[in-house]
Design a protein. Structure first.
Length: 270
């Protein structure tokens, strides 16, 4: 009885041992780790990139975006302004340039030359004390070698260039003369108030071209007729001067002339 019980227990233990061995003897493929199964996944299964950084094809940024910020090479025939911005500026069609008509260059009026000057036409003074607007006669020398005088009391006389004088506005001492008074008692002539000119006053010559040449008074002097410095009054100079002459002093009835001369020296205003 005891042996039978022991034999039964041994049989049960042996069965349990065989069952345990049978579990461990399962095929090897059933015990493989899951990592091997993932590596053997079918080819049509989408794979995921190891990183999450999107590629250029997966973004909405235009592929030319980088090119718009890249300087165009000098050898690139595409105009540079076509690469800046999405709107290409259309190159305008060439417009023929109108050829300008030739314009004569004006001659400077501040330093006129003898060639640019016209002949003197009118003598003008407009100061608070002296008002003159006189026609200019052209004169030369008298028989005794003196400067001639104007024929009319209201005119002035210019010692003309053909007699050795200077054109007002060119370098040299141009001379204008005028009567002090007229033959009738109490009558005055064009230079009656010449002595009222002051240093700094302006007198003007208007030439035949309409040019106005201005002169400033720089000196006044009275000379006896035989003592007048003729070379200083009529001679050459490095500046453009205009000297004005009229009678002064006392009237000599026998000689029918005044005994002195008033000379007003002026120089051209530049």
């Amino acid at each position: 009885m005891q042996k039978s019980y022991l034999a039964l227990v041994a049989t049960v233990i042996l069965s349990l041992l065989l069952a345990a061995c049978g579990a461990s003897a399962s095929p090897a493929a059933s015990t493989q780790p899951p990592t091997k199964v993932a590596r053997a996944a079918p080819a049509d299964t989408p794979t995921t990139s190891p990183t999450s950084t999107p590629t250029a094809a997966a973004t909405n940024v235009p592929t030319r975006a980088a090119a718009t910020n890249t300087p165009t090479p000098a050898s690139d025939p595409t105009p540079k302004r076509a690469a800046h911005g999405s709107k290409v500026v259309k190159k305008p069609s060439p417009t023929p340039t109108r050829r300008p008509s030739p314009t004569p260059t004006p001659r400077p009026t501040s330093t006129p030359t003898a060639q640019a000057l016209g002949m003197p036409s009118r003598f003008v003074v407009n100061t608070p004390d002296v008002k003159i607007d006189a026609h200019i006669e052209y004169v030369g020398q008298t028989a005794d070698g003196a400067m001639d005088v104007p024929k009319k009391w209201e005119d002035v006389a210019w010692y003309q260039k053909s007699s050795g004088g200077y054109v007002p506005g060119e370098k040299g001492n141009a001379v204008i003369a005028g009567h002090l008074d007229a033959a009738c008692a109490g009558c005055t002539a064009v230079f009656w108030k010449l002595h009222d000119l002051r240093i700094g006053d302006i007198v003007s010559i208007v030439d035949t071209n309409g040019r106005v040449i201005r002169f400033r008074v720089v000196k006044k002097a009275v000379y006896y007729n035989d003592d007048a410095p003729l070379y200083r009054i009529f001679g050459p100079s490095n500046t453009a001067n205009l000297n004005l002459i009229t009678c002064d002093g006392y009237w000599n009835p026998q000689a029918k002339e005044y005994d002195r001369k008033l000379v007003v020296y002026t120089t051209m205003v530049k």
